[in-house]
Write a protein that binds this ligand. Structure first.
Ligand code: GTP
Ligand code: MG
Length: 460
C-alpha cells in the first residue's frame, strides 16, 4: 500500500483568512514536489526541522515566505514521506501553492480523510483512533473534545482489544479441537463460560453507545407542562438570559424555543415549549401533536407543574412524553413555600419515570432562582447517570452496530454450546470476531473505509 500510492496534496487549514495556512503533501514524491515550491530547502533536509523558506511560482518568483517541514517515512502522520508548507493564511495564496503542487504529474488532490486513511492503512493507528481524529475536529463541547482525545489516546481501542484478543484465542482453541482433536483435546472445556463472559463484555461496551451519542451531538432537553406553569421563566434561568417572553397571560409561548448551553462540559440544547391548556387528552390536536413530536425526539422531558396541579394530572402529563424519560419538577415553589405537597406525595415514586427514579421531586422557582442549581444537577444525573462525560468511550453508531452483531453471534454461540455441535459454536465465534474486527479495523472492507472517511474533511 505504501510505495505504490501516488503523492497527494491538500490544504490542511480552513479556506478562510487566518494567521497561518498549511499545504500538506504525503507520498513518495512529497519531498521533491515540496522542494519545487521551496527551492531553497536542501535536497536532504533534516526531518522535523523547521526551515524558513521562500515559496515560489512556476517562474521562480516569490509568492510568500514561510516554514518548510519534512517528516521522513515511516515516522510521520501517514507513515509516508510528508511535507508541510506553512504559509501566511491567505486563501488565494494557498490555492496558488496547491495548484502549483498539483501541476506536477506525480501529485493528485487528496480525498476527504485520505491522510488519516493512509495512516490507518500503514498501521500508524487503528480505526478507532482514526475516527477519533474526525470526532475531535467535529467536537463542539468540552466533553466532546475530551472524549475524542481519550479515543485518540486509545481508550476505545484498548477496550476493543480486550475483547478481540480473548475472542481470537477462543476461536483458535475451538478450531484446534475441530481440526486436531487429538492434540487439542480439552481446549474447548470452558467454551460456554468463555463465550458468556465475552458476550457480557461486548454488551457493556455497547451500553456506552448512548453516552457516546450524548457527547457527540449534545443532549436535548425539553421543558413542558400546563400553561402558565412558569416554564419560560425557568427556561430563562437555566439559559442564563432572558430568551423567552414571560407573561401572566396563559399561552404566552406559541412555538418551541431553543437555546444551547454547556453544563459540566456537556452540550445541552434546551427547548421551551408552548404550554398546553387542558389536561392532556383533551387538548387541541395541533398543539399536542407538535409537543409530542418534540418530546419524542429529546433525551429528557422536564415536566414543570404549577402548585395547583394534582397527582392525577401529573400522571397524565407523564404519559404524554411516551418513551422519553420524564423529570417532574414542582415549579413556583416560592408560592407553595414550606406548606407545599405533603411528604407522602413528594417521596412517592415518579410514575412512568424510567430507571426506577424515586425520591424527592426537585422544587424550583424560576422567579427567585431557588432550586435551579439542584435541578440542573438532577437533569445531568438523569441524562448521564453517574460518571463524567469526558471519561466515556466514544462508541459511535457504527461501533454499536458492529458490537450488537458481535453480541448476537456470541449469544447464539452460547446457546449452541449447550445444544449443538462445536462446529456451530466455532462458526458463531468466528462471526463475532469478524464483526468486532470492523470496530478496530482488523477486518474492514474498502466500502466500509469509504463510508468512514467520507465524513472527514479534505486535508485531514
Ligand atoms: N411566584 C412565581 N411566579 C412565577 C414563577 N415562574 C413564573 N411565574 C409567573 O407565572 C406567569 C407565567 O410565567 P411563564 O414563565 O410565562 O409561564 P409559561 O409556563 O411559560 O407560560 P405559557 O408559555 O403561557 O405556557 C408569569 O406571570 C410569571 O411571572 C415562579 O417561580 N414563582
Ligand atoms: Mg412560556
Amino acid at each position: 500500500m505504501t510505495s505504490a500510492s501516488p503523492t497527494i496534496a491538500a490544504l490542511a487549514t480552513a479556506p478562510t483568512a487566518g494567521a497561518v495556512g498549511i499545504l500538506r503533501l504525503s507520498g513518495p514524491d512529497a519531498l521533491e514536489v515540496g522542494r519545487l515550491l521551496a527551492p531553497g530547502v536542501p535536497a536532504e533536509p533534516t526531518p522535523r526541522h523547521a526551515y524558513l523558506a521562500t515559496f515560489v511560482d512556476a517562474h521562480g518568483r516569490a509568492l510568500d515566505e514561510g516554514l518548510f517541514l519534512y517528516f521522513r517515512a515511516p515516522a510521520s502522520f501517514t507513515g509516508e514521506d510528508v511535507v508541510e508548507l506553512q504559509a501566511h493564511g491567505s486563501p488565494r495564496l494557498l490555492r496558488l501553492l496547491l495548484a502549483r503542487a498539483l501541476e506536477d504529474a506525480r501529485v493528485r488532490p487528496a480525498a476527504p480523510g485520505e491522510f488519516t486513511r493512509r495512516a490507518f492503512l500503514n498501521g500508524r493507528m487503528d480505526l478507532t483512533r482514526a475516527e477519533a481524529v474526525a470526532d475531535l475536529v467535529a467536537a463542539d463541547s468540552e466533553a466532546a473534545v475530551r472524549a475524542a482525545a481519550a479515543g485518540l489516546s486509545g481508550v476505545l481501542a484498548s477496550r476493543v482489544r480486550g475483547l478481540e484478543e480473548p475472542l481470537r484465542e477462543l476461536h483458535a482453541d475451538l478450531e484446534g479441537v475441530l481440526n486436531f482433536p487429538d492434540e487439542a483435546e480439552g481446549a474447548d472445556a470452558e467454551a460456554g463460560a468463555r463465550v458468556a463472559a465475552l458476550k457480557a463484555q461486548a454488551e457493556a461496551l455497547l451500553a456506552e453507545a448512548g453516552r457516546g451519542r450524548l457527547v457527540r451531538r449534545g443532549a436535548r432537553v425539553a421543558l413542558y407542562g400546563p400553561v402558565n406553569a412558569g416554564k419560560s421563566t425557568l427556561f430563562n434561568r437555566l439559559v442564563g438570559e432572558a430568551r423567552a417572553i414571560v407573561d401572566d397571560e396563559p399561552g404566552t409561548t406559541r412555538d418551541a424555543l431553543e437555546a444551547k448551553v454547556e453544563w459540566d462540559g456537556l452540550g445541552v440544547t434546551l427547548f421551551d415549549t408552548a404550554g398546553l391548556r387542558e389536561a392532556p387528552g383533551r387538548i387541541e390536536a395541533l398543539g399536542i401533536a407538535r409537543t409530542r413530536e418534540l418530546l419524542a425526539g429529546v433525551d429528557l422531558a422536564v415536566l414543570v407543574l404549577p402548585p395547583e396541579a394534582t397527582e392525577a394530572e401529573a400522571e397524565s402529563w407523564i404519559r404524554e412524553a411516551g418513551a422519553t424519560p420524564v423529570l417532574v419538577v414542582d415549579g413556583k415553589c416560592d408560592v407553595t413555600g414550606a406548606q407545599g405537597r405533603d411528604a407522602g406525595e413528594l417521596s412517592g415514586p415518579v410514575p412512568g419515570g424510567s430507571s426506577g427514579m424515586e425520591g424527592l421531586r426537585p422544587r424550583v422557582s424560576g422567579l427567585t432562582g431557588a432550586g435551579v442549581e439542584a435541578l440542573r444537577a438532577s437533569m445531568l444525573g438523569r441524562l448521564w447517570g453517574g460518571g463524567t462525560p469526558s471519561a466515556v468511550a466514544l462508541v459511535s453508531e457504527r461501533h454499536a452496530d458492529a458490537l450488537r452483531r458481535a453480541a448476537e453471534a456470541l449469544s447464539r454461540a452460547e446457546a449452541a454450546s449447550r445444544a449443538s455441535t462445536l462446529e456451530v459454536v466455532s462458526g458463531e465465534v468466528g462471526l463475532a470476531l469478524e464483526s468486532l474486527g470492523e470496530v478496530s479495523g482488523t477486518s474492514v472492507s474498502e466500502a466500509l473505509l469509504d463510508a468512514i472517511f467520507q465524513r472527514f474533511c479534505i486535508g485531514k
